[in-house]
Design a protein around this ligand. Structure first.
Ligand code: PEP
Ligand code: MN
Length: 285
């Protein structure tokens, strides 16, 4: 049977609600004071894990002063080994909310179990981590709530699989979804993962949803975070999410990929500059 017209399109793009339509605008999401999508640059920064009140408050103050628009911090951590630090759990979440209250920064943190959902009431954006990208029960439930979700690409997931996971959220009724490219597993071993930078412009072509790049998990190497952040912005990403720690050597999680607040200050400045330069040069055309 020859398939033509609409049916052909729907077969080629099975993610109906996630795909870009010629006549509809891109999705813009408001999360507290942060706007994600719509031409601005979202800069999410903070530690991999919340470790103590002092740690999260100190980092929150520093990243805010340096230009972050949102604070990240893991409370429930999905760790490869059961013997690694698993996060402070609910205590960590409370500390993150304390940092939100003090700095005014909206916060993002990861959910690992539906049984925790009630605890996320005051969280501005819920993160679904790479390991849960295809946890369809979780996605189905998060599709029912009214809160932005940042959906990370799975370690070995295609873009189509990422978009279909987003479709679970959108088809459930939750329209506020942010896609996140965080590196995929390849044969390269110098880096933890390989940042698929082509995913950024491609996702922007295929979908109306905002796209954020996480350059920290993409390679696992702190010195690469700055150049990859800039390449993400130059490629059209709506924002970046960066791990920042005030004592990376002693971090309980992901120290080797964490940059210092001082390094973050320079990164944020250059990222904003690149985005502004591109905007200005396009406006002048
Ligand atoms: C994280 O953001 O801390 C994290 C665990 O990320 P990912 O799910 O991309 O590994
Ligand atoms: Mn991490």
């Amino acid at each position: 049977m020859v398939v033509i017209g609409k049916e052909k399109i729907s077969k080629a793009r099975p993610y109906k609600k996630t795909s870009k339509k010629d006549d509809s605008p891109n999705t813009v999401i408001q999360a507290g004071s942060a706007v994600i999508g719509g031409g601005g640059l979202t800069i999410i920064a903070g530690p991999c894990s919340i470790e103590s009140r002092e740690q999260i408050l100190a980092i929150a103050r520093e990243v805010k002063a340096a230009g972050a628009t949102m604070l990240r911090g893991g409370a429930f951590k999905p760790r490869t080994s059961p013997y690694s630090f698993q996060g402070l759990g609910y205590e960590g979440l409370k500390l993150l909310l304390e940092a939100k209250k003090e700095t005014g920064l909206p916060v993002i943190t990861e959910i690992v179990s539906l049984s925790h959902l009630d605890l996320f009431e005051e969280v501005d954006v819920i993160q679904v981590g790479a390991r849960n990208m295809q946890n369809f029960e979780l996605l189905r439930e998060l599709g029912q709530i009214k809160k932005p979700i940042l959906l990370k690409r799975g370690l070995a997931s295609t873009l189509e699989e990422l978009l279909l996971s987003a479709e679970y959220l959108l088809s459930g009724g939750n329209q506020e979804v942010i896609l996140c490219e965080r590196g995929i597993r390849t044969f390269e071993r110098h880096t933890k993962n390989t940042l698929d930078i082509s995913a950024v412009p491609l996702l922007k072509e295929l979908s109306h949803l905002p796209v954020i790049v996480d350059p920290s998990h993409a390679t696992g190497i702190a010195s690469l975070v700055h150049p990859l952040s800039l390449s993400a912005v130059a490629s059209g990403a709506d924002g970046i999410m960066v791990e920042v720690h005030n004592d990376p050597k002693n971090a309980l999680c992901d120290g080797p990929q964490s940059i210092t607040p001082l390094e973050f200050r320079l990164l944020a400045k250059e990222a904003i500059l690149i985005q502004k330069t591109l905007k200005d040069s396009r406006a002048a055309l």
